[in-house]
Structures are given as C-alpha cells and as structure tokens.
Design a protein around this ligand. Sequence first.
Ligand SMILES: N[C@@H](CCC(=O)N[C@@H](CS)C(=O)NCC(=O)O)C(=O)O
Length: 228
Amino acid sequence: MTYELLIADRSYSSWSLRGWLCLAAFDLPHRLIETRMYDPGFRKDLAAFAPELTGAATPRTVPLLRLPEGGILSDSLAIAETLAERHPEAGLWPSDPVARAQARSLVAEMHSGFTALREACPMNMRVAYRDVPVSDAVRADLDRLEALWAACPGNGPWLFDGYSLADAFFAPVAMRIAGYGLSVGPRAQAYVAAHLAHGPLRDWREKGLAQAEQSTYLRDFETVDWPG
Ligand SMILES: N[C@@H](CCC(=O)N[C@@H](CS)C(=O)NCC(=O)O)C(=O)O
C-alpha cells in the first residue's frame, strides 16, 4: 500500500505541484494519477478518486491525497502537515523548533497570500516572457517574498538547512519569477535558480511539456527561452 496522489496539468497546476513535491522531494512512496483541468472528465476523475465523498462533499480541486489506509486529503497544506507528521524521519520540516515555526509560517502565508502575483502571473512552466509589466500590487508581493526569503537561516540553496516544505510551497512562485522574468535581487535570483536546477522539479516540467497546451494560460508578451 502506498499514497495515491491525484494531480492535474503539470505545466499549470501550482497546487498539484506543491502536493507532489511534498511526496517526491522527500522520496515518499506514491502512485500518481493524472487528470486535466479543462477536460470534461475533470469532475468525474475527482469523484472517481474519492468515491466515498459524495454530493456536496465531492472534491472540487486538485491535489487529492489518499492515505494508504484510506482517508482523502483535499488541500495542499493538510497534505504537507499530514505527511510531515507521518514521516518525521524524512525531514519535511526543519528539525530546529524555531526554524520549523518560521517554515510553517512561510508555508501558511504562501497558502493564503500573494494573490496579486498569483492572479497576474498564473503558473505556466512551458513558456518564458520578457518585459512583463509589473503592477504595484505584484511588486509589493515580490518585495514581501524577497524579505521573507532573506530572513531565513539557510546557508545553502534552500531557505533552511536542506530542502523543506517551505521550498516545496515556494517552487511555483519561483517558476513564476523565472517564467515571467520578474526582477528580484541577487539572493532571490539564486533561490529561483536553485528551484530551476532541482531534479524533481525539472522532471515534473519535462513531463508537463509532453502534455497538451492550454491556451487559457498564454499571455501576449514577447517570449524567450525557458531560463532553466
Ligand atoms: N486550497 C487548495 C487549492 C487547490 C486548487 O485551487 N487547485 C486548482 C488547481 S491548481 C484546481 O483544482 N482548480 C480547479 C477548479 O477550481 O475548478 C489547496 O491548497 O490544495
């Protein structure tokens, strides 16, 4: 028995990516099931993944995690916390209690915030742009991200000592900064580069490129080569 994770479009579904990184970046065994968000079968796939949840309880979003012993989790934050609790040896959170509290706070803020950036720059791991206009609200989100990242104690490529759930939750933001060519300072650029070089994320992107493109996510900016 292993975890089962239902995800959608790899190029576009940022919450799917977070849910998957919570497993894949920590080598937790899982079976992946894939659906497509704009496919007429999307709702049916969600219902089929969790047949015990019916009516208004039927899941509406991805990712969905099924525990080996049963039980469905329908939110990436719950997936992160549950996996960390079940696999303390895998180091999903930093081991130091203060660092762990800081990492939890970052993940919670990512889960509930940065809406201007998320709305203006939907994740699209297939294409990179240049000269993307940046609103004041998006700039404020980027400034906040840079400040939060700079306040982290990690000495290596990641926010804490070793890859943690905080990095998993910021991976889609790093992809937005890379893909939309958003200007950030050298330290944040190095952090984005670490994500671009991260093996699991590169593998996820490659597999996404093999899927059909969704024109909904294309923007009318000048394109450049993917930076990673
Ligand atoms: N709070 C949820 C958000 C999940 C979410 O919004 N997923 C998007 C894909 S990235 C989705 O399933 N959208 C389909 C829809 O809203 O119909 C989480 O953290 O997992």
